[in-house]
Write a protein that binds this ligand. Structure first.
Ligand code: SF4
Ligand code: SF4
Length: 432
């Protein structure tokens, strides 16, 4: 494909894109750099490429697009950057710029414009689209499909549960707070039971939970795939749906959606009608785990003895070893690492074991495992190997994409006996 001449267009904020001091401290945290060792697949290299495109020194062609496409958007680089580079925002604006100017192959166009943008964000369409996929799996016909389709099908869980939550779920006992709940696209179609358990945990702490039916996709899929205007449309609809309810907090149980919801203020900052409302909405958004350990006093009452942190669980305690995988958009984008660990440890006690490279992306990264299956599989294997090193029988995490990716990785490794579970399901199962 011939690169097209690139006029100088300022799609990046000048100060933000010049904040990188090229120190290279982010390189060791970048999963794609760890895998390829190529500077162009590192945060520093990618920022250089973004600037080169903006300045017209690099045409929009395969080189620029390839290295930007291969970025997971995991934001591990952002979390370690001493210069405060807002890499996530630079990436979203670069993708938006490239996506509207670069012609992709028919396959990538179909995948992005139809499957990712027209099906995944709309639960009714996703339910219908999953029917043939589930039939193929049930009839074990995967072997007749090309590799990319087999890989995509391997992500589908054996058990799926859809659910539609009522507009209002009353608190157990006296009401202490009124919270909104984001039911999510993938969550409501594949992890309905997880949503129900999340609401159960919230009502158990005295929350009245509001789940307005007018809510739509958080916009993360659009923001991450270079469709910022569509992400903004989602944001406006959600803000209008929740702000009229006058809530104390808005709760989300999917890390990827949570970071986008919290960043609505940035997404709409140039829209005078919505900027302030978006910032207010973002400030109310809380990940389920950070909310549960906050002042609302969530308590887990379980049978596990959590006092003996040095126990050798496999020999002294029949309960299984449990580990925790940090979803990128929770630990890097939202900087939340302690609350989920506290919650898991409150159940597992001495049976908790840390996962090596817990905060290195599992390769799921939103729709990345569909658009970049090769790198996604490499990172899936890396994550699986690390899980196996721990000897854990249960892997807890906080994001549907990670769950699907880790489950599929364990199955491929012949270790389908190891359970990957959402933290809401894990807590709900263990609470008395
Ligand atoms: S992004 Fe941050 S950590 Fe990475 S090279 Fe630039 S200044 Fe250094
Ligand atoms: S977002 Fe993740 S994959 Fe992309 S440059 Fe940063 S650390 Fe690397």
């Amino acid at each position: 494909m011939n690169p097209t001449a690139t006029p100088i267009e300022h799609f990046l904020d000048e100060d933000k894109s010049l904040a990188c001091i090229h120190c290279g401290l982010c390189l060791g945290s970048c999963p794609t750099y760890l895998e390829t060792g190529n500077e162009n697949d590192s945060p520093r290299g990618r920022i250089y490429l973004m600037r080169a495109v903006q300045d017209g020194r690099l045409p929009i062609g395969e080189t620029a697009v390839r290295h930007i496409d291969l970025c997971l958007g995991c934001r591990a680089c952002e979390a370690v950057c001493p210069s405060g580079v807002q890499y996530g925002e630079l990436l979203e604006h670069t993708r938006d710029h490239l996506e509207h100017r670069h012609k992709r192959s028919w396959f990538q166009t179909l995948l992005r414009r139809v499957a990712i943008e027209q099906v995944f964000p709309i639960p009714e369409r996703m339910r219908i689209a999953l029917m043939p996929a589930r039939a193929i799996k049930a009839l074990r016909l995967e072997k007749f499909l090309p590799k990319f389709a087999r890989e995509a099908l391997s992500l589908l869980p054996e058990k799926m549960s859809a659910s539609e939550l009522p507009p209002v779920t009353p608190s157990d006992g006296e009401r202490r707070a009124r919270v909104g709940f984001i039911s999510g696209c993938v969550m409501s179609v594949m992890f309905g039971e997880t949503n129900e358990n999340s609401v159960k945990l919230l009502t158990g702490t005295g929350c009245e939970v509001h789940t307005p039916g007018e809510q739509v996709c958080c916009g993360a899929l659009f923001a991450h795939s270079g469709q910022l205007e569509r992400a903004r449309e989602c944001a406006r609809t959600n803000i209008a749906a929740f702000e009229r309810l006058g809530l104390d907090a808005i709760i989300i149980n999917a890390a990827g959606c949570g970071s986008t919801l919290k960043e609505y203020g940035g997404l709409l900052r140039d829209d005078p009608k919505w900027a302030e409302r978006a910032a207010k909405f973002g400030a109310k958004v809380k990940d389920l785990t950070e909310f549960l350990v906050s002042g609302f006093g969530f308590r887990v009452e379980v049978g596990a003895d959590t006092s003996n942190a040095n126990a050798k669980p496999e020999t002294q305690n029949p309960k299984p070893l449990v580990t925790y995988h940090d979803a990128c958009h929770l630990c890097h984008a939202q900087r939340i690492t302690k609350p989920p660990r506290e919650l898991v440890k409150s159940v597992a006690g001495g049976n908790f074991v840390e996962l090596p490279e817990s905060d290195v992306c599992c390769g799921s990264a939103g729709s990345y495992n569909l658009t970049e299956p090769e790198m996604a599989e490499r990172l899936q294997r890396r994550k699986t190997e690390n899980i196996l090193k721990t000897g854990a029988k249960v892997v807890v995490t906080t994001n549907p994409g990670c769950l699907l990716q880790i489950k599929a990785g364990l199955k491929k490794a012949g270790r389908g006996d190891i359970e990957a579970i959402h933290i809401a399901d894990y807590l709900a199962r263990e609470i008395k």
